[in-house]
Design a protein around this ligand. Structure first.
Ligand SMILES: *[C@@H]1O[C@H](CO)[C@@H](O)[C@H](O)[C@H]1NC(C)=O
Ligand SMILES: *[C@@H]1O[C@H](CO)[C@@H](O)[C@H](O)[C@H]1NC(C)=O
Ligand SMILES: *[C@@H]1O[C@H](CO)[C@@H](O)[C@H](O)[C@H]1NC(C)=O
Length: 290
């Protein structure tokens, strides 16, 4: 017998079930087979554990890389990385979003390796319509080689926010109203690669890759994208949340602003916006506006 209240409960259960299956579909947390293609490295990039894990490796002959199957136009994209341990000097692990073609847009994380015990540098950059030169570099407040840590890019029409372990480290605001281009028309793919850059990566190229330590390996897991997926000229957006697309309108609140200040004060080691030697004629306009 079904009393009115059980009926309501059952109906709610059905709703919950329906919603949670939608959420699963929308957020479908990380399967590397499903979301990525290995693009180069002749077997040095591997998808493991039924698609739950991906590794890139580098030896004297070659590095390796992968890219997303989908193109995204805005998103909140998380990936966990565990970087090359030990003596990683000379190696660079790049993890970035980039559009195709000329005058491209790009949002970069690059991890510059170092001698055992010496700190990695997290190098960031933003390209709009082919123009970059917006480097900011950071040390991390943990050893990025001991465990997996989450590196996130929030890209929505208001801003690009780089975060590490949920802590925002950099914001590139949409200042189109002030004449500064902002990426919002060109869909981007997610890319990553591990390669040798010992001509510049570690202490400006002073420390070379020690090939006796090869192969060098970086690992990836828990890819998660709430994003608008671009396909044949239109985009469809996902949320993991029945109340919608909060990431699309998310911006830094007061706490976020405080966190960025904390990171920039304690961990930022290079900021193009304060490099007077490089910009003797004056800093790029966004420097005084953001
Ligand atoms: C859903 O979004 C929240 C808030 O952004 C995030 O913390 C959580 O990990 C997400 N869950 C999934 C399954 O994507
Ligand atoms: C490597 O360690 C040296 C010495 O601590 C430091 O100056 C440098 O910033 C570190 N990182 C890189 C990538 O060179
Ligand atoms: C879903 O999003 C709303 C609006 O941003 C937020 O208030 C709520 O906490 C979120 N719920 C979950 C389960 O993430």
């Amino acid at each position: 017998m079904t009393s009115p209240s059980t009926f309501v409960a059952t109906k709610n259960m059905a709703m919950v079930f329906l919603l949670s299956s939608c959420l699963l579909l929308a957020a479908s947390a990380g399967n590397f087979y499903q979301d990525f293609d290995i693009t180069w490295g002749d077997g040095r990039a591997k998808i493991l554990n039924n698609g739950q894990r991906l590794t890139l490796s580098l030896d004297k002959t070659s590095g390796s890389g992968f890219k997303s199957k989908k193109q995204y136009l805005f998103g909140k994209i998380d990936m966990q990385l565990k970087l090359v341990p030990g003596n990683s000097a000379g190696t660079v692990t790049a993890y970035y979003l980039s559009s195709l073609g000329s005058a491209h847009d790009e949002i970069d994380f690059e991890f510059l390796g170092n001698l055992s015990g010496d700190p990695y540098i997290l190098h960031t950059n933003v390209f709009t319509q082919g123009k970059g030169n917006r480097e900011q570099q950071f040390y991390l407040w943990f050893d990025p080689t001991k465990d997996f840590h989450t590196y996130s890019i929030l890209w929505n029409p208001q801003a690009i926010i780089f975060s590490v372990e949920g802590t925002p480290i950099r914001e590139f605001k949409n200042l189109e109203s002030k004449g500064i281009p902002f990426p919002k028309k060109q869909p981007m793919l997610i890319y990553s690669s591990l390669w040798n850059a010992d001509d510049w990566a570690t202490r400006g190229g002073l420390v070379k890759t020690d090939w006796s330590q090869a192969p060098f390996t970086a690992s990836y897991r828990n890819f998660n994208a709430r994003a608008c997926v671009w396909s044949t000229g239109s985009s469809s957006c996902s949320s993991n949340n029945s109340s919608g697309y909060s990431w699309l309108t998310e911006s830094l609140d007061a706490t976020g602003q405080e966190k960025i200040k904390w990171v920039q004060k304690n961990y930022m080691i290079y900021n193009y916006c304060t490099d007077i030697k490089r910009f003797p004629q004056g800093f790029p306009p966004e420097c005084s506006l953001s």
